[in-house]
Each structure stands twice: as structure tokens, then as C-alpha cells.
Design a protein around this ligand. Sequence first.
Ligand code: NAP
Length: 193
Amino acid sequence: MTVVAMWCRHEGDDIIGIGKHIPWNVPSDAKHFLDVVDGQTVVCGRLTYESFPNRTIDGCRIFVLTSDETYEVSDNAHHCIISSQRPLADLEEDIYVAGGATVYHLFMSGKEKLKPQVVVDCVYTGELLKCDGEPVSVTDCVAVLQKNYRRVSPFYILDNVESAIWIRKGEFVEQSVLKRLISILEQNAEIRW
Ligand SMILES: NC(=O)c1ccc[n+]([C@@H]2O[C@H](COP(=O)([O-])OP(=O)(O)OC[C@H]3O[C@@H](n4cnc5c(N)ncnc54)[C@H](OP(=O)(O)O)[C@@H]3O)[C@@H](O)[C@H]2O)c1
């Protein structure tokens, strides 16, 4: 099992959301996310789940973290709720950690077996849109990234987003996982080391 976390954060302040919104509109960034999780098993927090159109991502199995045992998912065949990371530890398939901040924090700082071996760190360098709500940031996760991970790819630059792949120090990562991520990020991108 490989655990992959992917986020897009704003340069400088590491904001990933304001209220329930992502404060930028970059279709190629949204497409990267959908291409990366296509056909995969995804874990996300309840608020992020509710931000997906129709509370779903086509083709994904989704684990929704919530403390609400009565929470109803939109698709009982492919989505289920979990109240901790525990049920994920025995999965054989790869897991894609899709946020939000509480869930990135849980995985980056939580159980050893479920710490992401791979992080796709995307940095948006444009202006933030004005949105209602409080800013949500991943500064703590970026500190863990910079301390415990090493960058193994160039920066793939497209539409004000600079993306790079990081691997946890000392980890062996399936080459097929990395190749797939690179093939998605490099499409139409300017490449810079
Ligand atoms: N830019 C990006 O890459 C990106 C990616 C994803 C999300 N976002 C943004 O991030 C923001 C949402 O992030 P968020 O941190 O506020 O919310 P979130 O992580 O999406 O969801 C938080 C909820 O998840 C549940 N949860 C989290 N950890 C849990 C645990 N250990 N056990 C049980 N339940 C747990 C709780 O649900 P209950 O309250 O039901 O118990 C909690 O209220 C939004 O603005 C979204 O647009 C941005």
C-alpha cells in the first residue's frame, strides 16, 4: 500500500481554503486532482467531502472521516464513513489523502503505517479570491514536509501552480505510482529544477 497526499496551497501563507471554498479557480489544478485520484481509494474529511460536486468523485472509493455515526453518504456502494484512521491500516490498495487541513494533519503527524510516503505539493502563486469564511492553512504539514521529506521531481509549472513530488526520507516507493503522478503533472507544464 502506498499512501499519497495531494494538496494545493497558496504561496507564502499555505492557505488551502477559505470557509468551505478553495480561493482560486484554476481548472488545470482541479483536473490534476481528478486525474490523480481517478479510479483510486480516497480519504477525506466531512467538510471536504461536502465540497465535492454532488458529494462524489466519479470512479473513486471514498472514506469520509466524521464523528457523526449517522452521517449519510451520497453513494452507499462506493463511499463509507470512518471515525478514525484504524480501518484504513489493513487496506492493500493505495490511499489518496485529499484533505482538508484536519485530515492532512492527521496523516502527516499520525500513525506511522499511514504516514504518506508521497506528497504532491502544489503551490498556487496567484491572487486569492475573496470568499466568506475563515482561512484554512496547512502550515504545520508543510513544516513536516520540509523536515521529513525530500523533493524527487522538478517543479511542474502550469497556470500559476508549481507542483512537485516529495518522498518521505528513507521510504521505498513503488515506481509505478511515481510514474503515474509524473505523467499527470508534466502534461503541458513548464519544467524547472
Ligand atoms: N486546496 C486544497 O488542496 C484543498 C483540498 C481539500 C480541502 N480543501 C479546503 O479545506 C477546507 C476544509 O478543510 P477542514 O480542515 O476545515 O475540514 P475537513 O478536514 O475537510 O473536514 C473536517 C471534518 O472531518 C471530520 N474529521 C476530521 N478528522 C477526524 C478524525 N480524526 N476523526 C473523526 N472525524 C474527523 C470531522 O467531521 P465531523 O464534524 O462530521 O465530526 C471534521 O469536522 C475547505 O475550505 C476545502 O475547500 C482544500
